[in-house]
Design a protein around this ligand. Structure first.
Ligand code: NOJ
Length: 597
């Protein structure tokens, strides 16, 4: 009797599950109605960019060459021989771009600071300075900037005031985008905001909130030449110095800081696959002229994590009480699903998450590398000293998640993952990859619709799953989705204007994000990648993530359909018919230039 009853219950349960699944599928793949009001009050919606990808002006106003400037000019590094010497010329067109952001109605704008624009060169000590620094007594009798001793004669110095001015203009203009008629009022408002921040930042924020990444892949080439960039522990101090200059110069107005963007992805490409500067790798990952793919990514990340922790310590000790900002780190976050139902593939998917995401987040939350990594790595995984663990632990106020796609994971501990041709990813059978083979296809069927980026397939549910993962592992620490966006498959002309697939992508990912939030995840904001088509690293300009198209000749910006959709979404208008609610007109630099001529 019980048996019959339980099997009936099982059947009913399965039918219900199947029905629920098909409802979810239908609603997310066909017509997704997602509204801004599906997100909590005070949730920040924004767009994101990074300095190197849009600024251009690579030698203007005292900026020095960075690692990417040099790399781009090495033949064969970038698709079609592209470079970002000019990029989108944001350095000279930033006012137009801020107008665009304003016309979209975003709450916040995530951008990064170009290290080589702010600190272009080394500070050499003059004979007097050298004498002063070597004589402790003098510091009591002569007024002297102690930083010169700390940072001169070895560390990077020489603040470029033109660089500071550029970011000051961006920040001030963002904050003033709230119908402030003149400078005086802007200043009063900023002062008022400063005072009221004590109560609640979100309530008093008019204008566009600057959300600043200190380091997004680009650093002065001189640091690479002098000591090998992130492979040297010296880079930690130089990074801290750069971050301090940012806090000192902009921290009175910037309340959200990200120390480093995607240390995990950067170190994989720069030191394991050798496709980003400084192009280090070793077989089987690639054939670079130098490098050790099994070890160097671990060292680079180790230095980045310590640079992050030291920066946050200084922020909390010297700046936070006055500036009242928050600091996080941004991690590149693929979601991983087991390739088969086999228990070993399930473990491989968990391992992939640990070796890619927890690699960065465990140290800054718990103070050490994930146990999964300690288990499989030997002495190549660096160790933190006990005082380092102390400053690392709890060194973030929020987690920044860059999420685009999901991959399958297959175990390489118990089964063979040897890869002999170009169709598979080499090195999966190594500890540095967690003994996990990742793929975007199962039995020839892709995990989701392809996009313009290899390995970025559309799997909206992954957004909910990755947020759930971070929520569980990091005890629901506040999170921001610091990047999410869609690049059209190459040479699709419709992407120029009628980018319906981008709209569907954004809607469906947002719907799953809203679901994660409803289930209790503490996500505080979402940044769409990216504002305009830009320099997409090794893909040059061949891959386009923008909601604005940039004309390659004139560099004028024109809104794609997705920009209208985003604007309507942000103003909580009807979402499925973008034409139905156009009260605010979108900034179109093609038109505005034509009118002024
Ligand atoms: C993440 C990186 O932060 C960003 O620079 C890049 O353009 C996007 N992913 C898309 O690949």
């Amino acid at each position: 009797m019980w048996k019959k009853f339980s099997s009936t219950i099982t059947i009913v349960f399965l039918i219900l599950c199947a029905a629920a699944n098909s409802i979810v599928k239908a609603s997310f793949e066909d017509e997704v109605d997602i509204k801004r009001s599906d997100f909590p009050d005070g949730f920040l919606f924004g767009a994101a960019t990074s300095s190197y990808q849009i600024e251009g002006a690579n030698l203007e106003d005292g900026r020095s060459l960075c690692n990417w400037d040099v790399f781009c000019h090495i033949k064969g590094s970038i698709a079609n021989g592209d470079s970002a010497d000019i990029a989108e010329d944001h350095y000279n067109r930033y006012m137009e771009d801020i107008e665009i952001l304003h016309s979209l109605g975003v709450d916040a704008y995530r951008f990064s600071i170009s290290w080589s624009r702010v600190l272009p060169s080394m500070h050499f000590l003059s004979p007097f300075e050298r004498f002063h620094c070597s004589c402790f007594f003098l510091s009591w009798v002569v007024v002297f900037d102690k930083h010169i001793c700390d940072y001169g004669g070895g560390k990077f110095g020489g603040v470029n005031q033109a660089g500071i001015l550029f970011y000051n203009k961006i920040i001030d203009n963002l904050l003033s985008r709230g119908a402030m008629p003149n400078d005086y009022l802007i200043k009063c408002f900023l002062l008022f905001k400063q005072i009221c921040f004590i109560a609640d930042n979100s309530k008093f924020s008019a204008g566009i909130e600057p959300f600043v990444t200190i380091h997004h892949f680009d650093y002065p080439q001189e640091l690479e030449n002098r000591y090998g960039g992130w492979l040297s522990h010296l880079m930690q101090e130089d990074f801290v110095h750069f971050a301090e200059i940012c806090f000192q110069s902009f921290g009175d107005r910037v309340k959200y800081w990200c120390t480093i963007n995607e240390p995990n992805l950067f170190s994989e490409f720069a030191y394991e696959r050798g496709t980003y500067p400084p192009a280090h790798c070793s077989p089987p990952f690639g054939n670079c002229s130098t490098g050790n793919s099994d070890v160097e990514p671990l060292i680079a990340v180790h230095n980045m994590l310590l640079g992050h922790a030291k920066t946050v310590k200084i922020y909390r000790e010297r700046f936070k009480s006055e500036q009242r900002g928050v600091v996080g780190i941004v991690v590149h976050s693929f979601m991983y699903k087991p390739l088969t139902e086999d228990k070993r593939d399930k473990e491989a998917a968990d391992r992939a998450l640990a070796f890619n995401i927890a690699w960065i987040l465990d140290p800054v939350v718990f103070g050490d590398y994930p146990p999964e990594m300690r288990h499989y790595h030997g002495s190549e995984l660096p160790k933190f000293a006990s005082e380092e663990r102390i400053i690392l632990r709890d060194s973030i106020d929020f987690i920044g998640i860059n999420h685009y796609a999901t991959l399958y994971a297959k175990d390489c501990i118990y089964s063979s993952c040897i890869c002999n041709d170009s169709s598979c990813t080499k090195g999966s059978d190594r500890a540095i990859r967690g003994f996990v083979y990742t793929a975007a296809e199962r039995d020839g069927v892709p995990i989701g619709e392809p996009t313009g980026m290899a390995r970025f397939f559309v799997v909206p549910r992954g957004m909910e799953e990755i947020v759930e993962y971070a929520k569980k592992r990091y005890l629901n620490k506040p999170m921001f989705v610091t990047e999410n966006g869609y690049s059209s498959p190459l040479n699709k002309v419709e992407d120029y204007h009628h980018d319906v697939k981008r709209i569907n992508y954004l809607k469906s990912y947002l719907a799953f994000l809203a679901r994660a939030i409803r289930n209790g995840a503490d996500v505080r904001g979402y940044f769409l990648w990216t504002l305009m088509d830009d320099f997409e690293w090794v893909n040059g300009y061949s891959v386009r993530f923008g909601i604005y198209r940039v004309d390659p000749q004139t560099l004028n910006r024109t809104p794609k359909l997705s920009a209208s959709w985003f604007r309507n979404f942000l103003s909580n208008c009807s979402l499925n018919y973008v034409e139905s609610c156009n009260s605010i007109s979108l900034m179109n630099t093609d038109e505005s230039r034509a009118q002024s001529e």
